[in-house]
Ligand binder design. Structure first.
Ligand code: PCG
Ligand code: ZN
Length: 467
């Protein structure tokens, strides 16, 4: 079995380069011809994580220490079944090997985690630096002038079926400009085109290159907000200033997100948690970064407004962005539920809660999009979740259960989220705007059915596979 495991380890893939040494320290060839090892003449397996900038050494002594991997697990299970048939019970040696396979698997996962941490590590308070320069302002400006945004694209941009995966980041910046233009913000608030372009580019630069809370997410949330504004005819129900608050809040709501949520910030006692006294540290940060960008005159799309208007927008954006902290989800939804039957578009409190709900709906609206658009987003989200829970394990912090790769699957993650978060929220908004039924409620119901079926099928498969 050890020989077999070594061979599998040698084929472990690009992230794990393995070298094996004998007790004299000489490298030995991992092959089926390898001599049997023992407690005294053991092999040392060195896992060289070539692109991880990290090295771990695991010693393999006789049969008492062994490697890992899924294939091994299957092999062992097969062997166990065979032996159980012959002998009537699982021999101790097989149980021991199983636990060693698990332990080795965990070690490799730690190595893999190191890699992700290296890639993702960026000081969470690294604001106002143009650290990410995949695009230059010049290249974006070039795209502004060369991209023909047809009437068809402009109309498509107003719908939740818009597919973000088809567009480059520079193009998204152009599309964001179209949103500000087509809502008449440039004329209504005397925004110079160049200032808007600088602002959008700075926003782009302050999103991090992380799996989920990145510029693409910012674009999707803003585009969903834009779509909702058109679908619900909010232009005729709210003031332009409220629309500007909602769209700009959506745009800025995750600025400089570090890829680790509030619970992590608080448990790890990060700079952000210290700075904001554990009170919505991320959302406070996103908002502070937004106003840091607006503080630069060349990016200040609000500079031609009166002090009164500026204060109104600042107050509104702070409320909307802070409302995206999911810890406040029930508080905000319950407020809206109470108002909804007597909703009054001229009532200041009612408008305020509606604006928060609109930003929240847009923020978590991936499942309202077509499956081909939504599913890759779930992969991105789980990648970020797993990265956090791996880091929590590594640092001995409490592990967030819905982020734990050992506990969560795509279907289980979505069925619960759709049932307990999305449907109650979307249903309430749909009561106020019945036209949203077909645009956001139906696709979400479809997604629930899809993931429920998948969950059921997986469970049935598990039952049949089990010996
Ligand atoms: N399981 C699940 N969670 C989601 C989905 N979309 C958003 N979320 C969660 O909702 C949260 C909204 O706020 P955050 O951006 O902090 O983090 C987001 C995720 O934790 C989804 O499609 N599935
Ligand atoms: Zn978000």
């Amino acid at each position: 079995i050890c020989l077999y495991l070594f061979r599998v380890a040698a084929e472990a893939g690009p992230h794990h380069i393995l070298k094996m040494y004998n007790t004299n320290g000489s490298v030995v060839n991992i092959s089926p011809q390898l001599e049997a090892n023992s407690v005294d003449s053991y092999y040392r397996l060195e896992v060289v994580a070539s692109d991880l900038q990290s090295q771990k050494i695991i010693e393999l002594k006789g049969e008492t220490n062994s490697p890992f991997f899924t294939v091994c697990v299957f092999r062992l299970r097969h062997l166990e079944n065979k032996v159980t048939e012959d002998v009537g019970k699982t021999p101790d040696i097989i149980c021991e090997l199983k636990s060693q396979v698990e332990s080795f698997k965990r070690k490799l996962e730690v190595l893999h985690t190191n890699k992700q941490t290296v890639v993702l590590t960026k000081s969470p308070v690294s604001t106002f630096s143009l650290s990410r320069a995949a695009l230059t302002l010049d290249s974006v400006l070039c795209c502004y002038s060369s991209l023909q945004v047809t009437e068809e694209v402009r109309e498509h941009l107003k719908t939740p079926i818009f597919d973000n995966w088809q567009w480059e980041e520079a193009e998204m910046l152009v599309l964001l400009q179209v949103m500000y233009t087509d809502l008449d913000f440039l004329t209504a608030f005397n925004i110079e085109l160049e200032v808007l372009q600088n602002f959008l580019f700075e926003v782009y630069c302050h999103y991090n290159n992380i799996p989920f809370h990145n510029f693409q997410h910012c674009f999707c949330v803003t585009q969903m907000m834009y779509g909702l504004i058109w679908l619900t005819d909010l232009r005729n129900k709210l003031g332009r200033i409220e629309l500007l608050i909602m769209l700009t809040s959506a745009l800025c709501h995750d600025l400089d997100h570090p890829g680790y949520n509030n619970v992590y910030q608080i448990n790890a006692q990060t700079d952000l948690a210290l700075r904001y006294n554990d009170i919505s540290p991320l959302e406070n940060h996103h908002c502070a970064v937004a106003f840091g960008i607006l503080a630069k005159p060349e990016c200040n799309i609000l500079k031609n407004l009166t002090t009164e208007q500026y204060k109104h927008i600042r107050g509104g954006m702070i409320k909307c962005i802070l409302a995206t902290d999911m810890a406040r989800h029930n508080e905000i939804l319950n407020k809206f539920k109470v108002m909804q039957p007597v909703f009054d578009f001229t009532n200041k409190d009612h408008k305020e809660v509606l604006m928060k709900i609109m930003v929240k709906v847009s923020d978590i609206s991936n499942e309202a999009r077509p499956m081909a658009v939504a599913e890759p987003w779930l992969d991105c989200l789980l990648q970020e979740f797993f990265n956090q829970s791996d880091t929590e394990k590594l640092k001995g912090l409490p592990v967030t259960p819905f982020m734990d790769r050992d506990k969560v699957s795509k279907p289980s993650s979505q069925t619960n989220f759709i049932r307990f978060v999305l449907l109650p929220l979307f249903t309430e908004l749909t009561k106020l705007f019945p036209c949203l039924e077909q645009h956001i409620l139906e696709p979400v119901r479809g997604a629930l059915e899809y993931y429920s079926n998948l969950e059921r099928a997986t469970k049935e498969e598990e039952v049949t596979v089990k010996p």
